[in-house]
Every structure is written in C-alpha cells, then in structure tokens.
Design a protein around this ligand. Structure first.
Ligand code: BDP
Length: 702
C-alpha cells in the first residue's frame, strides 16, 4: 500500500517533468526543461536492438522499500519505455529482466554500483547491484544514460563509485528571489511560500542532480542573510530536505558569521566568546532537530565586506573550529579561502595562500577549506590555485563557477569542462594533481540554475551543470566524453550531428578566453555587473577592483610580473611547477601575461611582437565564434526548430559581443601605445571613448 502511494506520488511529481509533447510527424516540441533526461526514443538499429532485448524490471529486489528505490524503479520503468518509443512499458513473452540488487551485497562502495549483463540462454538478465539504495538510483540513471547514448544493453558493463564524498552545488540565491551572478531568471527557490508550498521544480531539480551524482546543495548565497538561520527558515529548509532526501541530496546553509549579533541578541560574534559558542551550539541543535541529516555550513568570512573572526582579532581557524564544534560529527563546516584585503599591498593572487598556509593543521576534522580553481576569481583562464597541495593537514575542496559570470553570462557558448579538466589535471608538484588533493573532500560548483524554462538561461549552459556533476563523480572523465554524452542525451545521437556539436563545445572556452582575456590577461571586465570589456577602469576605490591593477599596461608594455623581479607569486608554487612559468620564452603563451610584464614590441618566439601576437589572438577568438555560428547553422533541420533558433540567436549575440570585446580592448591598448594594427587586421569601428561611454546599469546578476 505504502509502495503504491509512493509510486503514485512520484508519478504525479514526474508528470510536471514530462512536458515534451509529441507533435505530428514525430518531432518533439522541446523547450529544454527536461535537460539531459529526455530519454528520447532510439532510432533505427539501436531502437530495434533495445526492443529485441525488451528490458523489463523484474520483481527481484522489489521487496525492498524506501523512496529512493521507488524512484529508481519508476525512472527505469518510464525511461526504458520512452527509449523504446513507448508511452508505457509493454509486456512481451521474451524479455531481458532487469534485476535490482540493492542493499544486500557489499563491495560496490558507498553510493557505487555495478551494471552487468548476464547472457544466460533463455533467461537473459541485466543486473544493477549496489550496497545501498542510492547506489541503485545512480546505477539506474547510469543505465539510462548509456542506453540513451545508443549503447547496446548487452554491452553495458561498468563498476563505479563516486571519486569524492562531497559533490555539491552552491547557490548564490537570495531569499528575495534574486540570484547573484544568475543569468537564468529568478531563483528556483520559492522561499516565500515554503514550507507550505513545494514547487514541482524542487523535485525536478533533485532528479537532475541525482542523475549526475550531485549529493549536496547550499541553498543560499555566500553573501548570506542571517535571518535564514531563524526558525521560520529552518522549517522551509526542512521541507526541502525531506523532498530531496530520497534523491540523496543533503541541504547546507551559508551561515553569516555575525548571526549571533544580527539575530541572536548578543553584542559580539567573537568565536572565542562562550556565549557566542553556546549560541551556535543551540542553533545547530535546533537545525538537527528539524533536519537530522543537515549537511552543514558554508562560510564566506572576512572577504569582500563579510563579517568574520578577524573582526575580533581571531583567525580563520578560530572561526571555522567554533562552528565545527557546534555541528560536531553531525556535519561539515566548509570555509571559503576566497579572501583578499583592501589594506594589503600584496599581489591579490598571493593573499589567500599567505593567510591560510600558516593555519595548516589547525582546522578541526570536520572543516573543509573551499578553494576556487584559480588564485584570483573564476577568470576565463587562471593557473591553478597555489593552495592546492600546500596544506597537507587540511582537507580541501575545489570551487568552480558553473554560472558564467566572467565568460559571457548565459548568452555566450562556453563549455567549461575543459577549464575544470585543466585545473583538475594540474600537477601541484607537492601532493599529486589537484584532483588528487581534493579527492578526500569534494567539489562545489556555483550553480547556474534559474526560473527560466530551460533552467540555465541557454541550452548549452545545461552542459556546464551536467559536466560539473560528472567531473565531481569522476574527475578522470575527459571533456570529450562528457560533451559527447551530454550532446547525445540533449540534442541528438546522430553521428553527423555529434561530430559538429562536440568539437564546437570543446573549443568554445578557449575561444572565449581569446576574445576576452588572451595570453594570460585577466579581470578585464567592466565594473559591478561584469558585463563587457572595461580594461580602461583604473580609478575604483580598491586597487584590486581595477582592471588596470591586473593588466598593468602603459605606453611601453603589458602584463603582471609575478616572477622574482615582480610580486614573486611564482614562489608559492612548488619549484618544479614554478619553473614551467618562470621564463617568458618558454611559458605556455596562454599564461604569458599572467606571470610576465613584457614590452609591446618585444619579439615572441613566434616571430611576432607582443602587440601583434595579442591582436592575432583576439582575431582567432572572433573567428572561433564565427566558426561556431557557421557550424550550428549547418545543423538546421537536424535539431528541433525551437532549440535550433534559440541557440542560433545566442550565437549571434556572441558574435557581436566577441567583436565588441576585441575592438574595445584593442582600442584601449592602442590608446596607450599608439602602435598601428598589424597589416591585414580588421579596423576598429569606434573610438575608445565611445566604448568607454557604454553603460549597462540594468545588466543582470548584480
Ligand atoms: C565574485 C563575484 C561575487 C561573489 C564572489 C565570491 O563577483 O558576486 O560574491 O565572487 O565568490 O566573483 O564570494
């Protein structure tokens, strides 16, 4: 009875998700809401093969209860039918039975699973086995994914377990529905109506996350409001936690460090003050009473104006440990290493390392330090953060930004897996690769979800959510594989279509880096909203808010000298690592101006001057966008009309804005040095003053 009720409830929930109407002629009206979970019917031989197997869920393991298993079975039931082009599962005389063996076996690892075909004649079986229910749910999604890519059931054999324990999204969503750095509409969280009203999106969201292995969500902005720790919000959070639990997703809160003062009636938030400590213990107890599996707190402290332990002369470790003690073994404190200070003259790229390395070994066991992939701030290209590998006694997690604050918002196509792959594979020279350093902890991605029908503001931005989850599950997956999976599930499995889309995706981030921040430049965007170029901005109150601080360009040259003759940020890396970047003649040109200041007329190994090489890099970027637009145009008729048009229009915006970045940046560099454009380079249509005069007070995401 209970089981039936759950199934019905689930079916009702799912009804909202299944919106792809089938149009006459078999074409589907696609609006992107289904993400990569479309389970679009197979075709041709692939369809025949699956129908020949005729997979049917067996009752084996059906005795096991639990909402997670009900969901897994329902996903399979519907998914398998849909892949075969049926609305409902069909009975046949001969069939391959899909057995779920969940919770009885050992050895798959927590949340891990095996998928295997047993070709017993007369009795073919496919087994999904896991030592826990969540493993079976993940196995079910994996099976549907592999089938969805067009693989034959009999050839699917895999054994997997998540590479790291925490695979989470960080939402920079405010309780009033505004999303900081959000480009996909309003927040998906309807705090105002919770806990009474649970939006269907909350279930569809959990489902999407579970399908790629994401198991945690910090539901509010790191620039946090203290009132979200009040009882009325705990009740709202509890409702979400209940809805997400069957999908294996734990809830976390961003906690404002000054909460004991803001909402607790105390006159201090000093982490060593006994009353403050008691306040947090009581707060944690209150949360756990409502949400027994509450994940913990994420904290942005003493960073960009947020309160923190340093306000009381205490260290980050004092602050983190106080919260860690309040949570106890029940939860985790995730403490962000994104700190820099207006008073500090040190190169901003060095400040986090300077501040945190001396604290190594001082953090409580249930504290994780969350470190952005690079030392500045989610730029299109940064070297890996020097903290990775530099604190052997501290658990460290990588923070990536899925929302494209610095890569063209939701209008530019930039597939970010190659960027994260670059960071994960980087050799720290101390403790192996960045991936190896973070493996005991996890990865966090700043979410790009919003109220837009397609969730992420553009169809291709869904790929970044997907890629984040897949890499957190298995950081050794290649960007190529992830792009291929996603594109097959989202757009089409036709080889000709994939051979267009996949390369487009793989080159896209490099293309953006070229027209925005070529050759290792960084932080050149306009102020506040971060929309469009602003290399001329030099007069903001805090030095490190100015693009000029980063490019250091003048009449003679450009680039930030981070070698011994400059800030010596290189010294924060292991010697073997620093070596590869120390010499401007041999450094990977993509990092050149991050580490070196060069004369405009200096000759590069290419034979070009720095100026000429820079111009050519911008031009390659613009050409790269034109090539993407042309490639996409060639897919007309192969992609459903609505998504085809939507992507085409975004690409047109990107073509325009890539030129804007190129022209405005070149105009500004030229205004400094007065050199002519190299022969053959396209002219610049407007003056630097005209570019500078453009303002966008209404740009989204601020
Ligand atoms: C910056 C964003 C800002 C965030 C900050 C952070 O512009 O909105 O609050 O990162 O990570 O990139 O805390």
């Amino acid at each position: 009875m209970m089981g039936r009720m759950l199934v019905n409830r689930f079916a009702a929930m799912l009804a909202g998700a299944v919106i792809t109407a089938v149009l006459p002629g078999g074409a589907r009206a696609e609006d992107g809401y289904d993400l990569w979970l479309r389970n679009a019917p197979l075709q041709g031989q692939q369809l025949e093969a699956l129908r020949a197997h005729s997979p049917m869920l067996s009752d084996a393991g059906n005795g096991a209860h639990g909402e997670t298993l009900v969901i897994a079975r329902e996903e399979l039931r519907r998914g398998l039918a849909s892949l075969q082009g049926y609305d409902e599962p069909r009975q046949t005389d001969t069939f391959t039975s899909i057995d779920m063996d969940c919770g009885q076996i050992r050895g798959t690892g927590q949340a891990g699973f095996t998928l295997r075909f047993a070709a017993v004649p007369q009795d073919p079986r496919f087994v999904i086995a896991a030592q826990d229910h969540l493993g079976c749910l993940y196995g079910a999604y994996a099976l549907l994914r592999e089938l969805g890519e067009g693989k034959d059931l009999a050839e699917i054999a895999t054994e997997q377990a998540p590479a790291m324990p925490l695979r989470m999204l960080n939402h920079w969503d405010n309780p009033d529905g505004h999303v900081e750095r959000g480009y996909a509409g309003r927040s998906i969280f309807d705090w105002w109506h919770l806990p009474q009203r649970l939006d269907q999106r909350m279930i569809d969201y959990a489902r999407a996350n579970a399908s790629i292995g994401i198991n945690g969500a910090v539901v509010n902005n790191v620039n946090a409001r203290a009132f979200m720790l009040e009882p009325r919000y705990i009740a709202k959070l509890a409702r979400l936690a209940d809805a997400w639990r069957p999908y294996g997703i734990q809830v976390y809160l961003s906690a404002r460090f000054s909460a004991p003062r803001d909402i607790g009636g105390l006159d201090t938030a000093d982490p060593l003050d006994p009353q403050v400590r008691d306040w947090w213990v009581a707060k944690a107890d209150e949360i756990y009473a409502a949400i027994p599996d509450f994940g913990g707190f994420l904290v942005k402290a003493n960073s960009e104006g947020q309160p923190g332990p340093q306000d009381y002369g205490r260290t980050h470790a004092d602050g983190a440990n106080m919260l860690a003690q309040a949570l106890g073994p029940r939860g985790t404190v995730i403490w962000r290493a994104f700190v820099y200070s207006a008073q500090d003259e040190t190169d901003r790229a060095m400040q986090a390392y300077d501040e945190f390395v001396p604290l190594d070994g001082q953090f409580a066991e249930n504290v994780i330090l969350q470190v952005k992939n690079g030392p500045i701030d989610f730029q299109p290209r940064e070297p890996f953060h020097p903290l990775f590998g530099a604190m052997p006694e501290t658990r460290m997690m990588l923070e990536a930004q899925i929302t494209k604050e610095y890569l063209g918002f939701a209008s530019h196509l930039a597939f970010l897996a190659p960027m994260w792959e670059e960071a994960l594979e980087a050799d720290t020279g101390r403790m192996g690769s960045v991936a190896q350093v973070i493996m005991p902890a996890g990865m966090a991605g700043v979410a790009n979800t919003g109220s837009d029908r397609n969730w992420t503001g553009s169809h291709f931005d869904q790929a970044n959510w997907y890629a984040f989850g897949r890499l957190a599950w298995d950081p050794s997956l290649s960007s190529e594989q992830i792009a291929r999976e996603w594109a097959s599930l989202t757009f089409s499995r036709a080889p000709e279509t994939l051979s267009t889309i996949v390369p487009m995706m793989l080159g896209s981030r490099e293309t953006v880096a070229r027209y925005m921040t070529p050759m290792g430049l960084a932080h050149l965007m306009d102020t506040g909203h971060h929309y469009g170029p602003g290399p001329w901005v030099c007069d903001l109150a805090r030095p490190e808010w100015n693009p000029c601080y980063y490019h250091r360009a003048d009449a003679q040259g450009i680039g930030f000298d981070r070698t011994q003759s400059g800030s010596n940020a290189l010294s924060q890396y292991a010697p073997g690592v620093a070596e590869q970047w120390a010499d401007p003649a041999t450094v990977d040109p993509r990092f050149l101006l991050w580490f070196h200041h060069l004369g405009w007329q200096d000759r590069r190994p290419s034979g070009l001057t720095v100026w000429e090489e820079l111009v050519s890099r911008y031009d390659t970027g613009v050409a790269g966008v034109d090539a993407m637009a042309a490639a996409w145009a060639g897919l007309e008729g192969r992609i459903d009309a609505s998504r085809f048009r939507s992507v085409s229009e975004s690409l047109a915006i990107q073509q325009n804005e890539a030129r804007w970045w190129r022209n405005a940046s070149l105009a500004y560099w030229q205004s400094l040095h007065g050199l002519a454009l190299p022969d053959g380079a396209a002219g610049i249509p407007e003056s630097v003053d005209a570019y500078r005069a453009r303002t966008f007070p209404e740009a989204p995401g601020q």
